[in-house]
Design a protein around this ligand. Structure first.
Ligand SMILES: Nc1ncnc2c1ncn2[C@@H]1O[C@H](COP(=O)(O)OP(=O)(O)O)[C@@H](O)[C@H]1O
Ligand SMILES: O=c1ccn([C@@H]2O[C@H](COP(=O)(O)OP(=O)(O)O)[C@@H](O)[C@H]2O)c(=O)[nH]1
Length: 238
């Protein structure tokens, strides 16, 4: 049997993808399917840390936050990621995976705080670690949290599971003529202002020489193919 291409990965799961076809919130069938994909690779022995987004519940720059103080709206966004993390960890438990949620903001009665050595210990024990509350700071995104935590845990790659199947020349949801890159350098992605991830996340990964793979969360089996090193999505590299 072929071996996975990676031993330790940071998986960024889109908050918005959790909605499925619903207008907001967590779609049960969608979260169960995502967790089944995660379970499949976890059982291959790959150490998995997850950063979960919150856009399905609250986004700091959304119309619902209009007129609000940006930092306050962002803290609401971070709390939304905590809810998603709890739902995700519970769905994992139901599928036989042991998961631990760690929060970047103090909320001890609900989840344990992020402590790096503890996170590393959990990973070595084969537990899935779910990082909640992003970076713990307003004005950042969970993509940047994925770059940060990925660097901290020495992940070999950041896997950005999102609604599109890679990085395109333009936003494929707006431009039907956009074409997909098989691979692209950080410098080119930043210079061309490709919006699939924010520039802060790209820059941090570039500086840490941490590659990113952008792939579809909707496509069945895509996560496993990425983990096995097969041709899937777009690789963003140094
Ligand atoms: N050049 C591009 N290539 C691919 N996707 C892009 C590009 N520009 C913008 N996007 C959009 O970025 C979205 C992914 O980013 P984001 O909204 O942060 O999603 P997530 O919820 O996964 O964090 C895609 O759904 C896509 O519509
Ligand atoms: O380090 C962080 C991470 C997230 N957020 C807030 O949380 C929201 C939800 O996260 P994100 O938009 O990255 O989630 P996703 O795109 O995956 O749904 C963001 O809009 C921000 O308001 C933040 O302030 N700091």
């Amino acid at each position: 049997m072929t071996k996975p291409a990676y031993q330790r990965v940071l998986l960024k799961l889109s908050g918005e993808a959790l909605m499925g076809d619903d207008p907001f919130g967590i779609n049960r069938a969608t979260i169960e399917r995502m967790v089944a994909d995660v379970a499949e690779v976890s059982k291959l022995g790959v150490e998995l840390a997850v950063v979960i987004g919150g856009g399905n519940i609250f986004r700091g720059v959304a119309p619902g936050a209009q007129g609000m103080d940006r930092a306050t709206a962002d803290y609401m966004g971070m709390l939304a990621t905590v809810m998603n993390a709890l739902a995700l960890a519970d769905a994992m438990r139901q599928q036989g995976i042991t998961a631990r949620v760690m929060s970047a903001i103090g909320i001890e009665q609900v989840v344990e705080p992020y402590v790096r050595p503890k996170a590393l210990q959990y990973l070595e024990e084969g537990k899935v670690v779910v990082f909640a509350a992003g970076t713990g700071n307003p004005f950042f995104t969970t993509d940047t949290a994925a770059a940060l935590r990925g660097s901290e845990i020495s992940a070999e790659i950041v896997l950005k599971a999102t609604k599109v199947d890679g990085v395109y020349t333009a936003d494929p949801k707006k431009d039907p003529h956009a074409t997909r890159y098989e691979q692209i350098s950080f410098d080119e992605a930043i210079a061309k202002h490709l919006q699939v991830m924010d520039a802060t996340a790209f820059a941090l990964c570039r500086d840490q020489k941490l590659p990113i793979k952008v792939f579809s969360i909707v496509k069945p089996g895509a996560l496993k193919r990425v983990i096995m090193g097969e041709d899937e999505g777009t690789l963003v590299h140094v």
